[in-house]
Design a protein around this ligand. Structure first.
Ligand SMILES: [Fe+2]
Length: 172
């Protein structure tokens, strides 16, 4: 049997049972990479036959993590942001995402990019509580996301005043 949603859920539960340490989040990413290698899982949850939007594939009632399949409504260029008190892990399902890491240098107000990398299908990475990232993806990009609680209700901070593309270009 190919590695599927049930395996992903089980491995996330095991990884997060003793808390969301960086090692545990690394294990969540390994599980995401495993499930994204399963082409029938990708087709079932990210196929072109599906409507645009976000589907909740699972919510763990005890550990409170969510597994989402995202089919964005067009290209996304998000400014750097945090996820308030939550962590978030991203796994690329279809096409690519140009992801960047940001930090706020001591004594400054606005974040600066420290790293930019390309996420290809099957790759996964996480942002721990308080870590900043920005997203640049084409309309055809589709991704799996696992978050440590429902991020939508949290006061995530977006640095809209930062010109993401320009800042990254200046950094590279
Ligand atoms: Fe994010």
């Amino acid at each position: 049997m190919a590695y599927g949603l049930e395996n992903l859920i089980e491995d996330c539960q095991k990884a997060l049972a003793d808390g969301a340490s960086k090692a545990a989040l690394g294990e969540v990413c390994t599980a995401m990479a495993n499930v994204l290698k399963n082409q029938s899982f990708v087709e079932q949850h990210f196929g072109t036959h599906l409507p645009i939007g976000r589907s909740t594939l699972y919510h763990d009632p005890k550990l409170d993590f969510y597994i989402y399949a995202h089919i964005p409504d067009g290209a996304i260029l998000s400014p750097p942001h945090d996820h308030a008190s939550a962590w978030a892990a991203y796994g690329q399902a279809v096409d690519h995402t140009r992801m960047s890491d940001w930090i706020i240098p001591e004594g400054e107000i606005l974040p600066k990019p420290t790293r930019t990398y390309l996420m290809q299908p099957g790759s996964a990475g996480f942002y721990d509580v308080g870590e900043l990232h920005a997203i640049d993806m084409p309309a055809s990009s589709r991704f799996l996301r696992i978050t440590g609680t429902d991020i939508d209700v949290l006061p995530c901070k977006y640095y809209d005043e930062v010109d993401t593309r320009k800042s990254i270009a200046a950094h590279l």
